[in-house]
Design a protein around this ligand. Structure first.
Ligand code: HEM
Length: 325
């Protein structure tokens, strides 16, 4: 579906109509020539060194000037803060509710239902329209993992004689354990938990499953991340080590680990996403003790176009005492 018979599984007209007022005609919501043209342009832009540098500079600046001061203030106040709370800004609130309503469209048995609601501007469709007007914005509870990340971050800092608050692109690349820890988090909690394509012509999957013309075909990265056949008997355990071979990160095929999708439409921002995630974890873990409030319970999930924690993750932050060298 994602590679050998890619042409037979576009996003499709029906999916396009459901998403167009949210995503427009952009790369995420187009097929055929319209997609090819945007993909070519974007691939070129994404591979440019200037974009990579811009990204690293932006991430470093955001961490040094916004994130770390914010955590420092939270630490001084000693109050509970919530990360990943979608209700914390107008943009996030609107984005959250809009994607839930879009998922509602996929669930309607008859396309006509949501189209009529939209035409009459009533119910969930009215709410979606209002929200779209507004939209157009890891920390594990495993001290052993945190300790290993910290050791790696400190050793990279020492080897590179880095005295700044953040890390360079090349320094982040040296952090294999952190890369494994972040990847393992996404195996169990993929940010895009499901992905749907449409079937153009009748087809039969390699395992003999029939797929009819016009059907939606959805794969679940969430379910695949927990399959014993792929990950073994410890598939439900959080184990960064499964990604390491002699201390070096060993990637899995994207067709077995489709967190960034696979095939010709694979995510273009994967490398940038890792820069952001690794920079944030490295800088935060180095300077702060993070205590997850209520860690006995796994946070409730919100399954939508993206996977999130219901109400965010309440944490208490304490700045570590600076180590003298
Ligand atoms: C952890 C973070 C991320 C995850 C898990 C992720 C995952 C995905 C997935 C599953 C798709 C396929 C979606 C679809 O079928 O429509 C995708 C597509 C894409 N992603 Fe990401 N992504 C992440 C971050 C980023 C970032 C930071 C950027 C840009 C800076 C980005 C740019 C793109 C683009 C342009 C596409 C469209 C590719 C195409 O349709 O040809 N992503 N991503």
């Amino acid at each position: 579906m994602l590679k050998s018979n890619f042409e037979n599984y576009p996003k499709g007209e029906r999916s396009f109509r459901m998403l167009v007022d949210f995503l427009g005609h952009g790369i995420f919501n187009s097929d055929g020539e319209e997609w090819k043209c945007q993909r070519k342009q974007a691939s070129y832009e994404f591979s440019k060194r200037s974009l990579r540098n811009f990204m690293v500079d932006t991430v470093q600046s955001e961490i040094a000037h916004r994130l770390l001061p914010l955590l420092r203030r939270a630490g001084e106040k000693g109050e509970t803060d919530t990360v990943g709370d979608a209700t914390s800004s107008n943009f996030m609130r609107a984005f959250e509710e809009a994607q839930n309503l879009i998922v509602g469209r996929f669930m309607d048995a008859f396309e006509i239902t949501w189209r009529v609601k939209k035409l009459l501007d009533i119910g969930s469709e009215r709410r979606l329209r209002e929200l779209l007007a507004v939209v157009h914005g890891i920390l594990s509870t495993r001290p052993d993992v945190e300790k290993k990340i910290l050791e790696e971050v400190r050793s990279v800092r020492i080897i590179n004689k880095n005295t700044s608050e953040t890390f360079s692109f090349d320094e982040l690349r040296e952090m294999h354990y952190l890369h494994a820890a972040v990847t393992e988090s996404m195996r169990l909690y993929p940010p895009v938990p499901m992905d749907t394509q449409s079937c153009l012509e009748d087809d039969t999957m390699p395992d003999g499953t029939f797929v009819g013309k016009g059907w939606f075909v959805t794969y679940s990265a969430y379910a695949m991340g927990r399959l014993e056949d792929i990950w073994g008997r410890d598939c439900n355990e959080y184990k960064p080590e499964r990604w390491l071979e002699n201390g070096v990160f060993n990637p899995e095929s994207p067709f077995r680990f489709p967190v960034f999708h696979a095939g010709p439409r694979m995510c273009l921002g994967k490398e940038m996403a890792y820069v952001q995630m690794k920079s944030i974890v490295a800088c935060v873990v180095e300077r702060f003790e993070i205590d997850v409030v209520g860690k006995e319970k796994t946070p409730e999930h919100v399954l939508s176009l993206t996977l999130r924690m219901k109400g965010g993750l309440p944490i208490k932050v304490k700045e570590k005492v600076k180590q003298c060298c």
